[in-house]
Design a protein around this ligand. Structure first.
Ligand SMILES: NC(=O)c1ccc[n+]([C@@H]2O[C@H](COP(=O)([O-])OP(=O)(O)OC[C@H]3O[C@@H](n4cnc5c(N)ncnc54)[C@H](OP(=O)(O)O)[C@@H]3O)[C@@H](O)[C@H]2O)c1
Length: 251
């Protein structure tokens, strides 16, 4: 039920953090992996690690703000592996600033990666998945898909958008047998959140104290949910947004 042998997955931003945690899970379940991110050095070492699981893995330098880069990544993946079965839209950034000090350019650059890039990737894989009889799309949201963040307004707006976009695509492509779901990470130890402890020590303390499972998450906490949402085990699950948060969103 959870076997991904002969399936091919593209993971955007899969060269580190949560994306690599997801890629490890998919690779261990048997999938071929395409890591799509900008930093080629990070991608090379992530590919090497995935190969130790016996997976076929490649890195393709990709910038999700550039539609031609997205198209090229998709066509290279199809040429290499014959088609695409799984898309994980994980690439994301945050710019932390009070709203009254937030520049228009910063607001836009967060939207371009977190929401527009995610939409364009979905749109561009649709035809291949639909022609092959179906597929799985997993979009990465956030606790900011649910809660407001006074210190990261563009991030929260983009992640709220990810959930609504996920629901809309799930409805639009249900007849194509494409299941579209979102994962909402809680507070996870990665490069993205590393500055919080030193730059925002009060926030770090507040967050740490209200996680019911009493620890921050790790990239490995995303392997299992990704395998579930990428596999036949979730064939009647679509349009959902599943928190992986140690209970943060229900406390
Ligand atoms: N950590 C958390 O607590 C947390 C909580 C909620 C949601 N999330 C979400 O989880 C996802 C992964 O974040 P993370 O915490 O694992 O942080 P991370 O380690 O910084 O990973 C982000 C990834 O996105 C890639 N990326 C950024 N801009 C890109 C672009 N224009 N084109 C292609 N790839 C790009 C980066 O790779 P390159 O720099 O090589 O391009 C990087 O691998 C993000 O969507 C984030 O919003 C994280």
């Amino acid at each position: 039920m959870f076997d991904l042998t002969n399936k091919t997955a593209v993971v955007t931003g899969g060269n580190g953090g949560i994306g690599l945690g997801i890629a490890r899970g998919l690779a261990q379940a048997g999938a071929n992996i395409v890591l799509a991110a900008r930093n080629a050095d990070k991608t090379v070492s992530a590919v090497r690690e995935l190969e130790t699981f016996g997976a076929k893995a490649v890195g393709v330098t990709t910038d999700v703000t550039d539609v031609e880069s997205i198209r090229s990544t998709i066509s290279q993946s199809i040429d290499l592996f014959g088609g695409l079965d799984i898309l994980v839209n994980n690439a994301g950034i945050n710019i932390r600033q009070r709203p009254e000090e937030y520049s228009t350019e910063d607001f836009q650059s967060v939207q371009d990666i977190n929401l527009k890039g995610l939409f364009v990737f979905c749109r561009e894989v649709h035809q291949n998945m639909a022609t092959r009889g179906g597929g799985k799309i997993i979009n990465i949201g956030s606790m900011a898909s649910i809660f407001g963040l006074d210190w990261a307004v563009s991030y929260a707006a983009s992640k709220g958008g990810v959930v609504q976009l996920t629901k809309s695509l799930a409805v639009a492509w249900a007849a194509d047998n494409i299941q579209v779901n979102a994962i909402l990470p809680g507070w996870i130890r990665t490069d993205l959140t590393a500055p919080i402890e030193t730059k925002f020590p009060e926030r770090f303390k507040q967050v740490s104290e209200r996680i019911p499972q009493q620890r921050w998450g790790e990239p490995a906490d995303f392997s299992g949910i990704a395998v579930f949402l990428a596999s036949g085990a979730s064939d009647y699950v679509t349009g959902t947004a599943i928190p992986i948060d140690g209970g943060y969103s229900v406390f």
